[in-house]
Design a protein around this ligand. Sequence first.
Ligand SMILES: C[S@@+](CC[C@H](N)C(=O)[O-])C[C@H]1O[C@@H](n2cnc3c(N)ncnc32)[C@H](O)[C@@H]1O
Length: 219
Amino acid sequence: MEVSLGDPAQFIRDHTVLTPTPLVPEISLFVATEILPIWQMTEDEMQQAGLPPPFWAFAWAGGQALARYVLDNPHLVSGQRVLDFGAGSGLAGIAAMLAGASRVDAADIDPVAIIAIGLNARANNIILHAIEGDIVGQLARGWDVVLAADVCYEGPASKRIVAWLDELARGGVLVLMGDPGRTYFPKSGHEKLISYGVKTTTELEDTDLRNTSVWRVTG
Ligand SMILES: C[S@@+](CC[C@H](N)C(=O)[O-])C[C@H]1O[C@@H](n2cnc3c(N)ncnc32)[C@H](O)[C@@H]1O
């Protein structure tokens, strides 16, 4: 299979299908119906181009839980400026816009995710402001709420991210995380708000139903 890195939007359209999200059927995303082929292909071929695996091609359990919670509790984001950090597909950010946020920034280090975020936003008739790059450690850019879903999957990176989210929370930002019990999710510094059984795929997870919680970071 040929990878056209010159046109990431076409690449995304060619390798995904616009699909309602299991826990959040109000939101459809361009996701891979079969994860493994795209994952392996991109791992081999995109790695050569210096790109990470296609996290954006999947609605992660943490993102589904956080999106569900935000849609069911719109008062948390209504009229607020929101950051979806480690946005991937943009799922949590899309939920925030649909719940009435005044503006949502969606940040990811993966340039292909930035394109996916735009396509997914358009498919759900909303606008997200994509930020490409690593913004960990930066001062809040006017955000009232920061959403971070499924971002604790690597040791040193998680430590950095969590320290930054703690700092934002201590500074008065409402920081909400969605996490299905990843190894590097911190043991303290947060309170559990809700748990869901989230349908996922055994192609990427060890089970097809993950108990996933939404947490408020207390710092
Ligand atoms: C497991 S995916 C979760 C995506 C989405 N939040 C969801 O729940 O479906 C993690 C995402 O975090 C992004 N990421 C990791 N480190 C980051 C950083 N320092 N800054 C911005 N994004 C980052 C990755 O590129 C990836 O898209």
